[in-house]
Every structure is written in C-alpha cells, then in structure tokens.
Design a binder for this molecule. Structure first.
Ligand SMILES: C[S@@+](CC[C@H](N)C(=O)[O-])C[C@H]1O[C@@H](n2cnc3c(N)ncnc32)[C@H](O)[C@@H]1O
Length: 198
C-alpha cells in the first residue's frame, strides 16, 4: 500500500477529521495512572496525537508515520504543541531511546497485512516498558471476507497474539466510536508483561 499516495489523492476514508472518541473518555484514567510517555504509531494526520497532547499537557506524545504528506498535515494541526513530537519513520523498525508508558492504537494494526502482525507485536514489546499499556480500538467484528485494509482480527485471535508479550488483555465491544464503525470495534487494554525477557 502506498500510503503517501493515498494522502496525496485525498483517498483517506479512515480519517474522520477528529480524534477517536475513546480518547476523551480515557484521558483522565491515563492521567491518573501517570502515563506520561505516550506513543501513537501510524498517526496519520495527527488528530489523535494532538488530542492526547492537549488533554495531557504533563505528558509527552510521540507520533510516527511513514507518510510525509500525513505528517505535513499533522504538523499543521499539532506542530505548535510543545509536548508533541512528530517523526517520519517506519514504526515497525523504529527504536525509541526510552520505552513508553502507553501506546495508543487506532487503525494502525488493521492497516498492516495479517502477515505483519508478529512484527507489530515485536515492535509493541520494544516500544513499551514492562508494565506499560497497549490501549486502543481494534477492528474485531468486520466481515471476515473483507479484503483489507482494514484487516479484521477477531477477539480470540487478537488475544492469542497478545499472549506472548502481554498479560491477559481486556477486550470488549466499543461503542464510543464513529457512527459508521458501530459494532465493528473492540476496546483493547493489554499490559506488557512485567518480565523484561517476555
Ligand atoms: C489507516 S491509516 C490510519 C491513520 C490514523 N491512525 C488515523 O486513524 O487517522 C494507517 C496509517 O499508518 C501509516 N503506516 C502504515 N505502515 C506504517 C509503518 N510501517 N510505519 C509507520 N506508519 C505506517 C500510514 O501512512 C497511515 O497513515
């Protein structure tokens, strides 16, 4: 998939022009749990990253995408926020200087081919400190015949994938989402196993 080309053509149906509704619902909890270093992989035009950085001024948000055009838009949106860093990189290969407390996932996992899921999980392991959280919205109830992206990942499959590096996750249907995604998403909260070798 040539993501930069999709942004150039304006062929970006995933971009709703605003942050995912779950962010407003969960920012307070993230604040209470002192999740200060936050990563948004595959951030696109930056609505989620800017919303998190604005809601949690005491945090630092790092947002990564490989599309230069998406990042240009993200810079226009959130470039003035002192606690937001925007990085052009392949997130799956990128190595943070310090691990994060929280990874916010929204339509990055589903954008990757299912063959890349082990790579995504490996990257999550690298991104997060032991005990850190992977929190986000995952498509668990799209039609399985759907030829992605977005690629569906049923809850049981997701749970099995996460088992290798995370404590048993919480996965439940998410109703705090965009209208056209009703019944398709689950909210997933998975704690990175505290064992540094896992
Ligand atoms: C479906 S879009 C979602 C964007 C954003 N999360 C949103 O909801 O608007 C997937 C994004 O992942 C980015 N992407 C795909 N593969 C990537 C990779 N390996 N590293 C970094 N970004 C990637 C694409 O450029 C695109 O912006």
């Amino acid at each position: 998939m040539d993501w930069d080309h999709r942004y150039a053509c304006g062929d970006t149906p995933w971009d709703k022009g605003r942050a995912h509704p779950l962010i407003a619902a969960r920012a307070c909890e993230w604040h209470n749990h002192s999740h200060r270093h936050i990563l948004v992989p595959g951030c696109g035009t930056g609505h989620d990253a800017a919303a998190i950085a604005t809601a949690l001024p005491g945090s630092h948000v790092t947002a990564i995408d490989l599309s230069r055009r998406a990042l240009d838009a993200a810079r226009k949106l959130g470039g003035d926020l002192p606690n937001l860093s925007l990085i052009e990189a392949n997130a799956l290969q990128w190595q943070p200087a310090q691990p994060f407390d929280l990874v916010w996932e929204h339509t990055f996992f589903c954008a990757l081919h299912p063959r890349q899921r082990p790579e995504y999980l490996q990257a999550c392991r690298r991104w997060l400190r032991p005990g850190g959280l992977l929190h986000g919205a995952f498509f668990t109830h799209l039609d399985d015949e759907n030829d992605g992206p977005p690629w569906n990942c049923p809850s049981a499959e997701l749970s099995a994938l996460l088992r290798h590096a995370f404590e048993p996750p919480t996965i439940h249907p998410n109703t705090r989402t965009f209208a056209e995604r009703d019944d398709a998403e689950s909210e997933v909260i998975a704690r990175r196993s505290a064992h540094p070798e896992s």
